[in-house]
Design a protein around this ligand. Structure first.
Ligand code: G3P
Length: 218
């Protein structure tokens, strides 16, 4: 499974990239706004750190303008994936940009039918939002399961499933079991993935015993 970082936090992106944990980055208008930085500037900087796809989202809602924004964003760097919402205008934008060889990430996906449309429009990625479905009392992971099954039924569909709106480490575990191609993780969830109380307890015991032995390795 590939890990994308769902953040424009440069320090976090650098930190986890160094350990080989970052296969790409996703942003959205809220994330860019939170960074307090200009979208062109921050996407350029991220693309200089990460070789994989870096999603930058259009904010227009009509296809003509969305296409213009998408073409503009795609020129920032060759690894920019243009993010569009799952609307008919977004799907039209997806088709036009994909036909030009531009990676498109179709976002705000809440049903497997929507995911099917995105794949047919040539999306490189579909972003089903797990956490937001959990928020309304559904099990977001059911959507990942359905999309996986549907995409696997048709060998001509090459869209990657990018599990988004991930809030917990258990979301990552379940998405990986189902076979989502990518999980996009807030840095806090990525941080937590390595943690286990038995690891801490075991390490403490090892180090206590080692100290008692009086030995040093070097
Ligand atoms: O990748 C989409 C993600 O940023 C949405 O997450 O937690 O705002 O639902 P969340």
């Amino acid at each position: 499974m590939k890990f994308f970082i769902d953040s424009a936090d440069i320090n976090a992106i650098k930190k986890f990239s160094k350990i080989g944990m970052v296969d790409g980055v996703t942003t959205n208008p809220s994330i860019i706004a939170k960074s307090g930085r200009d979208i062109r500037e921050v996407i350029t900087e991220i693309c200089g750190i990460v070789e994989g796809p870096v999603s930058a989202e259009v904010t227009a809602t009509q296809a003509k303008k969305m296409i213009e924004e998408g073409e503009y964003l795609s020129k920032i760097a060759k690894n920019v994936a243009v993010k569009v919402p799952l609307t008919w205008d977004g799907l039209e934008t997806c088709k036009v940009l994909s036909d030009q060889g531009i990676m498109v990430n179709v976002t705000l996906c809440f049903s497997s039918q929507q995911a099917l449309l995105a794949a047919k429009a040539g999306a490189s990625f579909i972003s089903p939002f797990i956490g937001r479905l959990d928020d309304i009392g559904e099990d977001g992971m059911d959507l990942i399961k359905d999309i996986r099954e549907i995409y696997d039924n048709y060998s001509n569909l090459s869209t990657e499933i990018l599990a988004a709106s991930i809030r917990t480490t258990d979301h990552v575990r379940r998405a990986a079991i189902i076979g989502a191609d990518v999980s996009t993780l807030p840095p806090s969830v990525l941080e937590e993935l390595a943690m286990h109380p038995l690891t801490d307890k075991g390490l403490k015991a090892f180090l206590d015993d080692w100290e008692k032995s009086g030995q040093t390795i070097m």
